[in-house]
Design a protein around this ligand. Structure first.
Ligand SMILES: [Zn+2]
Length: 262
């Protein structure tokens, strides 16, 4: 077996185990409950979940998605979040190796997973993640020479400011509130982690995917319903695309338009 494979298995397992904790955050943060106490219980019968029934991904498959005590069905979202975080962690590790950058991106992506699932269900982006996220991204920037604190600070201003302007313009034109303050703080957090140049890229990818999905949903429903689709998951998606493909895509685009790729 190639020695790297052991590291890959470790990264996948780390992501799955942390994913299990992210499930707790997704479930409890919107209810303002503690994320460390009490230990997980079955929402059906209230029985504590034993450690051997709490193994990420595997326990769900062994129990076929049901509680061992009462047979209540367990949401498939739990193993999905674990699998998603495990894969993201594995890909980040393949990209960055054992490095400070890996740790930073791992924390960032875990936060994006939590935000995505909370926003999908509750249409909120918890300040408990985005505000510390802005500060954490700014502090990390002092230790990442390619980023630098000034770039990070500009990222916070450009990220937060641009969405704030969009929200303000939309409100002026339609007299309706379109974009929540949560999205503004989330994009500010992304600017803190990746610098101001990442902001237009993330806005572009998230608006494009958001419009495509929004239009598909509207067509599927065959009426112009004002179904509110949260924007946070698309921003999170855009930022993950930026992590893995951003540089290559920006260089490719600048090459197409005849600008130097530097
Ligand atoms: Zn139960």
């Amino acid at each position: 077996m190639h020695p790297l494979v052991i590291f890959y298995i470790f990264a996948f397992t780390l992501g799955a185990v942390v994913g299990s904790f992210l499930n707790v955050c997704i479930y409890r943060l919107p209810k303002n409950e503690s994320i460390v106490f009490p230990p997980s219980r079955c929402p059906g019968c209230g029985k504590g979940i034993r450690w051997y029934d709490n193994v990420p991904i595997i326990s769900y498959l062994l129990l076929r998605g049901r509680c061992r005590s009462c047979g209540a069905s367990i949401s498939i979202q739990y193993p999905l979040v674990e699998l998603l975080n495990a894969l993201l962690t594995l890909f980040l590790f393949m990209k960055s190796g054992p490095s400070f950058a890996f740790l930073v991106l791992f924390l960032f992506c875990s936060a994006m997973v939590v935000i995505t699932f909370i926003d999908l269900e509750h249409q909120i982006i918890p300040d408990e993640i985005s505000l510390p996220g802005i500060i954490a991204g700014f502090i990390f920037s002092f230790f990442i020479p390619q980023l630098g604190w000034l770039n990070s600070l500009l990222g916070i201003l450009v990220g937060g400011g641009s969405l704030w302007l969009v929200a303000w313009g939309y409100e002026m034109l339609t007299k309706k509130e379109g974009m929540g303050g949560g999205d503004i703080k989330l994009l500010a957090m992304m600017g803190a982690f990746f610098g101001w140049k990442a902001v237009p890229f993330i806005i572009f990818v998230s608006s494009l995917t958001g419009s495509l999905i929004g239009i598909s949903v509207m067509l599927a429903q065959k009426k112009d319903s004002k179904l509110a689709i949260p924007f946070g998951p698309f921003l999170a998606f855009g930022s993950v695309i930026y992590i893995f493909f951003g540089r290559q895509m920006i260089h490719w685009y600048l090459g197409l338009t005849g600008f130097s790729a530097n």
